[in-house]
Design a binder for this molecule. Structure first.
Ligand code: NAP
Length: 285
């Protein structure tokens, strides 16, 4: 099976390490997964070449996800609503586009709850009725929000520019509550939230930091904190959450699980929790 990841820049991508580990442990052979530097201007010709050369599929990352949604012949419901594709399966000349980013966050939350097991899926039923507080309204937040809402959770989105949070809410089949990402609103909304997800770059290496972690004190003692940021692996948000006894998960898990769900789309095999744990260790080095 020949696969690839397309994007620009792509040299830093950890996806080949991840996919090759999944393939070797799941005994899928022959298997190759290469990085192909692809810009928005070269996406069309690159995709045509991959189809011609018999590739079974590919991942798309920045800045190609929206353009790939327009190029695909079929889209999953989530990819259609988001107009975003990160995993494509090629069957003959037909390109089937999907997004595994939202499923990746559901499996990350599921792991935080210790709900691993046989026959697991990314349907997120365990999230029904849970209160989720999501920070950010960009690409990562949109994927997370859609999967969280489709799983039946009660979602609130806080964003620096409220207009962008409103646009996110309008994309969701059942909407969500929105507000401003300021300290006061954050503390108020954190009270009673079961899960807090940071999908802003706050705390990322070289970017602005959170002004305060007072909102963590407002979270219930059994709350889960997920940070989409994974550079550094252990962010100040995760450290502060753990210091308060909260369960906290790095965004690297989201990367592992979106890759696992892509692998499942191509091979029919979903890497199990043990293998995902091994992948986390491997790409986190
Ligand atoms: P994006 O589309 O550019 O969106 C950025 C979001 O963060 C926007 O909502 C923006 O608010 C907000 N933001 C930016 N700077 C801010 C600041 N200084 N204070 C408050 N809010 C700020 O980016 P993205 O692709 O969604 O990525 C967001 C983060 O998630 C990045 O750190 C990225 O590395 C991470 N990520 C992780 C994964 C994973 O697999 N773990 C996947 C994708 C992304 P405005 O709307 O007001 O500008």
């Amino acid at each position: 099976m020949k696969l690839a990841v397309l994007g620009s820049p792509i040299a830093h991508s950890r996806s080949p390490i991840l996919q090759e580990l999944f393939a070797s442990r799941c005994k899928v052979a022959p298997f190759s997964y290469e990085k192909i530097e692809t810009t928005r201007g070269t996406l069309d010709e690159t995709v045509k070449r991959l189809v011609r050369e018999g590739y079974g599929g590919f991942n798309c990352t920045m800045p190609l996800k929206t353009d790939m949604a327009a190029l695909a012949d079929t889209l999953t419901r989530e990819a259609e609503l988001l107009r975003s594709v990160n995993a494509v399966t090629v069957t003959g000349n037909v390109l089937s586009g999907a997004t595994t980013d939202g499923g990746g966050i559901l499996l990350t939350i599921r792991r935080a709850y210790g709900l691993s097991g046989e026959g697991r899926t990314a349907d997120g039923r365990f999230l029904a009725e849970k209160k989720v507080l999501l920070l950010g309204a960009g690409g990562a937040a949109r994927s997370a929000a859609l999967s969280i809402v489709l799983a039946g959770a009660d979602l609130t989105v806080l964003n620096r520019s409220v207009g962008r949070a409103e646009a996110l809410a309008a994309m969701l089949p059942s909407g969500c509550r929105v507000g401003a990402l300021d300290g006061e609103t954050l503390c108020r909304e954190a009270a009673g939230a079961d899960i807090l997800v940071n999908a802003t770059p706050l705390g990322m290496t070289g970017r602005e930091k959170f002004a305060s972690f007072a909102f963590l004190d407002a979270l219930p003692a059994d709350a889960v904190v997920i940070d989409a940021v994974y550079e550094p692996l252990e962010t100040a948000l995760l450290r502060a959450a753990r210091a308060r006894g909260l369960r906290a998960m790095s965004g690297l898990w989201m990367l592992v699980y979106q890759g696992a769900l892509s692998f499942e789309r191509w091979t029919g095999i979903l890497p199990d929790e043990k293998l995902c744990g091994e992948a986390f260790e491997r790409i986190g080095r």
